[in-house]
Design a protein around this ligand. Structure first.
Ligand code: SAM
Length: 288
């Protein structure tokens, strides 16, 4: 038996109809190809919006507003300006209705977020707050991290397994390239898990909301491009010792010595600062 619907929890106080009604009126049946799993629970959308911090300043960028549940929570929580990027043109009408209730506070861009320079949108401080489409969530984050200093904060919903990788510490099975690059640039704080039943339709996996705050400076000096090459080599063969896995980058033993690392260690035990030291050694050797 499905859970009873808590109508009070799904009726925002903005005068617009409840989300289930919006979906029915606008014919927004969820499409798997667009990663559409909609959130109707206002407690959850409100929690995500509040995790954004001081959203009454600067710009909130939302990826994939869909029928607008989180968008309405953001505006209701006092967001000064929301720029929402949605690929599905069926959402145009519903987003226009929301914009009419919040004059000059919601701008919608119809398009693929992967093609848009999000780091240049609106005024700083920029916060990206989104229930991401899972099929493009990791490439989106990697693209934004290349311009990490343009952002104040990310509050993002991912599959739980992705957040486990983002936040993983050395010596754990989830620790890998994504952990190193993200933690080098940002502080990562998993906030809370969301049960699949909170979505319509429910996804197959548990989701997690994570807060990612770009650091004023990366954790240690390095060039991102070199760090990406070093982590690709090291974790590409994660069971091998560094002296074997780093061969593609040059004299692996010499690189480890220059970085102060044990050449018999494996990638999964090396802290972020160790990879930054390796990237500096690679650049100093001029071998990339
Ligand atoms: N924000 C809504 C919510 O929380 O109920 C919908 C979230 S749903 C998980 C993901 C949304 O992203 C969908 O509305 C989908 O159409 C949109 N989307 C999918 N791929 C996209 C892309 N490449 N660029 C922009 N939006 C995309």
């Amino acid at each position: 038996m499905s859970d009873p619907i808590d109508v009070a929890a799904e009726t925002p106080g903005d005068g617009l109809p409840p989300l289930r009604e919006v979906i029915a009126t606008h014919g927004l049946d969820a499409r798997r190809s667009l990663g559409q799993n909609f959130l109707f629970d206002l407690n959850l959308t409100g929690r995500i919006a509040r995790a954004g911090g001081e959203i009454d300043q600067g710009t909130v960028i939302e990826i994939g507003p869909g029928p607008g549940g989180l968008t309405r929570a953001l505006l209701g929580a006092g967001a000064r300006r929301v720029i929402a990027i949605e690929r599905d043109s069926r959402c145009r009408g519903v987003l226009a209705e929301i914009a009419a209730v919040w004059p000059s506070r919601l701008e919608t861009i119809e398009g693929d977020a992967l093609d848009i320079d999000v780091a240049a949108l609106g005024e700083a401080p920029r916060r990206v707050i989104a229930n991401l489409p899972y099929n493009v969530a990791t490439p989106l984050l990697i693209g934004w991290l290349r311009h990490a200093s343009a952002f104040e904060r990310f509050v993002l919903m991912f599959q739980k397994e992705v957040v486990d990788r983002l936040a993983a510490r050395p010596g754990t099975k989830d620790y890998g390239r994504l952990s190193v690059i993200t933690q080098w640039l940002c502080e990562v704080r998993p906030l809370f898990d969301v049960n699949p039943r909170a979505f319509t339709p429910p996804p197959k996996v548990v989701s997690t909301v994570v807060r990612i705050d770009p650091r004023p400076q990366p954790l240690a000096p390095a060039r991102m491009e070199t760090l990406e090459r070093v982590t690709a080599a090291a974790f590409g063969q994660r069971r091998k010792m560094l002296r074997a896995s780093l061969k593609a980058l040059g004299d692996a033993e010499a690189l480890c010595a220059a970085a102060g690392l044990d050449p018999t260690a494996r990638a999964e035990t090396i802290p972020v600062e160790g990879f930054a030291a390796l990237a500096r050694a690679v650049d100093a050797a001029g071998s990339v």
